[in-house]
Design a protein around this ligand. Sequence first.
Ligand SMILES: Cc1ncc(COP(=O)(O)O)c(C=O)c1O
Length: 473
Amino acid sequence: MLDPSADEIRNWGNSVIQFMIDYLGGLRDRPVYRHTSSREIRSGLDSKLPIKGTDFDSLLKVFRETIVPFSRQNAHPRMFGYVQSPGTPIGAFADLLASTLNANLTIWRSAPAPVELERLTIDWVRQILGFPAEAGGLFVSGGSMANLAALAAARQTKEHSLGRLRIYASSATHFSIIKAAVVLGIGRENVQYVALDECFKMRVDDLVAKINADLEAGYVPFCVVGNAGTVDTGAVDPLAEIREIANHFQLWMHVDGSYGAFAILAESAIKLFAGMELADSIALDPHKWLYLPVDVGCVIYRDPEIACAAFAYEAEYTRMFGEEADEAFVCWDYGPELSRRFRALKVWMLLKGVGLDRLSQAIESNLACAHHLESMVRGSDDFEMVAPVELSIFCFRHVPAQLRNQSPKAIDAFNERLLVALQRDGSSYLSNATLDGRFALRGCVLNYRTTLRDMEILLDDLRRVAKSSRIPA
Ligand SMILES: Cc1ncc(COP(=O)(O)O)c(C=O)c1O
């Protein structure tokens, strides 16, 4: 098992590929989610410490019979919860190859071709975003790590030894920005929430007012975070205006594009992102809207040397001898990690193998699905939208006739119960958001398999579940 023969590897591989074919072929017939319990899952797992090994077929059987059915099927076309990518076979194969080679992307010398491929692919991402040629960055584990790395770089631009630094971000900003502030020692209390307008975008007048008030109180404003797609409604903040304000107050402008930034590939959405290319840093997630399997996030710095000032570290055990500039690239100078898996391979294989035209089409189709749902909801008399659809996130609620005259609290409670019943039903999966203090059903289309018909099925599912589960109104 530790060092299998060629025949064993072939047999394992054949079984795994057969599983993949069956699994992907039968996806639509599976429930997105199966209600279960820790006890039920544990009953399918042998908990004894394994002193002797087990054959591969038995391991695969546990995977097929216990792990797969009791997982949420993230590749299902009606998995609308959170910001969940479906994964893609090319990404799965790339992960297998990356683990086979087991490159460790610490510095160029340790993994020359993998690091070169990462630099090439990062440059493609840079071009997609419209950043200048000198910009650069890294693949990291996800959007949270990308936000952390960017804020660490941002902090270099101000005298920070005395504390009192302030970050500004709309109140719809993802909690990874707050976590980054905590990890960096800036403190969650120093993330100033800027008010939202009626479309859930940052209000720049409030941003200016908050910065001015902080300056008067002796704080050191250093960074403003704009969202290229908020996690709850998908709103894109007014990035060009935020850039102007950042210039005026000499702040670092970071964009959290973890959910939405790759939608710049869709012709119909490009205008929303005007100004994004002027940011000092951006966090992205190829494991969201490039459909790749987790984990791969990405941070791009406009001036990578500033990041270097935050992260570079020299130790005797990592010292390099006699390298030329191109071959002296040190990955850990640009982010928090030392050992790094070969994440670039799946991004490169996807971009090169699928091509931007097809990706752009898939993203357009996701946007169209969300807009289709919005127009069906607006045209119905038993659903209502709670926020406008900007990208592929939709927030709405079910208000059947018998509920129409009830209090907002009763309608919220009904929708909360409906969400749980829908998830247990398994045909479609949504998550939730709280907007203006009210409960909302929330979905995100992030799957190249999702069709307009799936959006219709979602509404039918909600009506059916609301009736059949006899949720008390
Ligand atoms: C807007 C936004 N930022 C950051 C993150 C965090 O990304 P990750 O889960 O890859 O760490 C998310 C996750 O959904 C997100 O939607």
